[in-house]
Design a protein around this ligand. Structure first.
Ligand code: AMP
Ligand code: MG
Length: 402
């Protein structure tokens, strides 16, 4: 059986970024840039006042220097650049307004005395105080956002500043989700004897959306050759990824890998030395990837975070694609059963400035209630049996990257 690292390497080779399209800036958060964004203007675009106050020259304006003339009127935000400062002159100016040439400081209104068309300094201003210089944040032509970046709301602000409307982004991966199992009923129904509610379908849909994909849920598939065959035959006529849950283990009703192969999918792997999630399968037919995730809800979720999420990033053109780990101190000793790389539910927090991972007591890969309290997975390497309290462990954060 292959290792997680080997499986990820196979997956990495099977994924490439989708086509490029445009998207309105306002809908760009969470999308992945297909082109660099450069500043076509400097920011700030001109020398700007950071306060409501007076534009002055330093040699004219200090306590004890007496009153100087106030230019009539004021300069406001949006006004054209005013005439240069004359010697012994103060210009009333508002936040965001262009400063007159020759200005050496802006003195806030509350730091001057104003009477009879003159102003007197109450404080000594320092050079450049409260002036935002043209280009001090961004030089014209600077690279602001690189291709491959998944845009945050503050990136959207930066892109707007650079006039990147519309954005050039990679198409969102389109995902079909299908749960399998004779035992499943929808969440809206009361389960009968031997039945249980489908929780994987809604979870996978939410996970795909949270990770920037377009997700469509297909009707649940019973454990019958013909139904499974139909799913794979139609699968992904217009989807990049098919994600299924269930039916990939070694039971009599685990029909998916054989049917996938029969439908023309090349099986890239089936079975990974990990816990939970060992039966996971990955297939490919043309431009469509199939993730056969095991049905136990925690396995489904762990496999999503480790593999499917990686693929959604890579197909969306995001860099770097794939799982990234943070290191944290273990809050409690852990004993590991079995000999596979293990992913264990944990609560990650910062205590006294240090990342701390608290393992969550779980009854197994069906224990959704325990899992729902987790915000990270602790990775326990192959061959580890005991991890003492305080050990440094790698954690995969389950939160969204958006
Ligand atoms: P399977 O991988 O098909 O053998 O499924 C393993 C177990 O996972 C089943 O016995 C169910 O208890 C559970 N399971 C499978 N599919 C789902 C689902 N869609 N929602 C919740 N639990 C599921
Ligand atoms: Mg099943």
């Amino acid at each position: 059986m292959i290792t997680v690292a080997e499986a990820l390497a196979i997956l990495r080779k099977a994924c490439s970024a989708g086509p490029v399209e445009t998207a309105p800036l306002r809908e760009g958060a969470g999308r992945v840039l297909a082109r660099d964004v450069r500043a076509d203007v400097a920011w700030p675009p001109f020398d700007t006042s950071a306060m409501d106050g007076y534009a002055v020259r330093l040699e004219d304006f200090a306590p004890g220097k007496g009153a100087i003339a106030e230019r009539p009127g004021f300069v406001g935000a949006g006004d054209k650049p005013p005439a240069p400062l004359s010697p012994a002159e103060a210009v009333r100016i508002m936040t965001g307004a262009p400063v007159p040439a020759g200005t050496e400081a802006i003195v806030p209104v509350e730091k001057v005395r104003r009477e009879n068309g003159t102003v007197t300094a109450l404080v000594t201003p320092s050079a450049g105080e409260h002036i935002r210089r043209r280009g001090e944040s961004v030089a014209a032509g600077a690279l602001l956002l690189s291709r491959g970046r998944r845009l945050t709301p503050s990136d959207i602000a930066l892109a707007a500043l650079a006039g990147a409307e519309p954005l050039h982004v990679f198409r969102r991966p389109r995902v079909w989700i299908a749960v399998t199992g004779n035992e499943l009923v929808p969440a809206s129904e009361k389960p009968g004897p031997g039945q249980l509610r489908d929780s994987n379908g809604p979870m996978l849909e939410a996970l795909c959306r949270a990770h920037g994909a377009e997700a469509v849920s297909r009707p649940a598939v019973p454990d019958e050759d013909s139904a499974v065959r139909r799913l794979f035959a139609r699968a992904a006529e217009d989807a990049d990824v098919l994600i299924t849950s269930g039916g990939v283990s070694a039971g009599d009703l685990d029909l998916l890998p054989a049917e996938a192969e029969r439908a023309g999918f090349e099986i890239l792997f089936h079975g990974v030395a990990m816990r939970p999630g060992k039966p996971i399968a990955l297939g490919r037919r043309g431009g469509t990837l199939w993730f056969g995730l095991p049905g136990n809800p925690v396995s489904t979720c762990v496999c999503f975070h480790l593999f499917a999420r990686f693929a959604l990033d890579a197909l969306a053109g995001a860099e770097p694609a794939g799982p990234s780990f943070v290191s944290a101190r273990l809050a409690r000793a852990m004993t590991i059963r079995g000999r596979r790389e293990t992913y264990s539910d944990a609560r990650l927090s910062v205590v006294d400035g240090q990342a701390r991972a608290e393992p969550i007591q779980s009854r197994g890969s069906h224990d959704l209630a325990a899992y729902a309290g987790a915000n990270a997975l602790i990775r326990v390497p192959l061959g580890t049996q005991i991890l003492p309290e305080g050990a440094l462990v790698d954690c995969l954060i389950l939160g969204d990257p958006l």
